[in-house]
Design a protein around this ligand. Structure first.
Ligand code: S3P
Length: 190
């Protein structure tokens, strides 16, 4: 098993103290919340691997997420998502960014709650809309007005995201601030 103790020479540039992760850290939240960008940065700060579950799914299926939705449908995507996440959760303590719908699945949620530390990256609707407008790779947002769809998803999903262990606001400010806040919270937990 890898020793995830931070190497002071290479990590912890934010100066928030060392953490030794005992479990995976799982980022949940809506599309555009910054799960991948913040997750990658967080993993590099604490010296563990970063994995984006959508990338893992696309690699396993040898097909983009948009194509999986288009060719096989959302329910096949959700099955793949569950398989990939349950596998990743039982591995090394990594930082794991999930797709926005993953935490809605009760089985995935239960596994995350037992095997990981979950963080809801919460962002307001203007931030989400601005961020998702940069790409058209998210099939759920290609079915109509992005703001309308995201607002509905926010209303439906927020009570579930709120079951995460920690909640951190991810606004338009520097990602570094969000990462520092997460590190502080993780340190308080460890
Ligand atoms: C989805 C979010 C996407 C991706 C898929 C479905 C969702 O991931 O998993 O398009 O249901 O919210 P991101 O949240 O990383 O964009």
């Amino acid at each position: 098993m890898t020793d995830n103790t931070i190497n002071p020479a290479n990590h912890n540039r934010l100066g928030t103290g060392y953490i030794k992760l005992q479990k995976p850290v799982v980022l949940v939240g809506l599309m555009g919340a910054g799960k991948s960008t913040i997750g990658r940065r967080l993993a590099s700060e604490i010296g563990v691997e970063f994995i984006d579950s959508d990338n893992e799914i696309a690699e396993a299926a040898e097909c983009s997420i948009a194509d999986i939705f288009e060719i096989y449908g959302e329910s096949i995507f959700r099955d793949l998502e569950k398989r990939v996440l349950l596998r990743l959760l039982s591995g090394e303590p990594i930082v794991l960014a999930t797709g926005g719908g993953a935490f809605m699945n009760a089985e995935i949620r239960e596994a995350i709650s037992k095997q990981a530390i979950s963080i809801w990256l919460r962002a307001d609707i203007d931030v989400l809309v601005e961020r998702v407008s940069r790409r058209n790779t998210r099939p759920l947002l290609e079915q109509g007005d992005k703001r309308v769809i995201l607002t509905k998803l926010m209303n439906d999903r927020s009570p579930i995201y709120n079951q995460a262990d920690l909640v951190v606001d991810s606004g338009m400010g520097a990602h570094e601030t969000v990462v520092a806040e997460i590190i502080e919270l993780l340190r308080a937990q460890s």
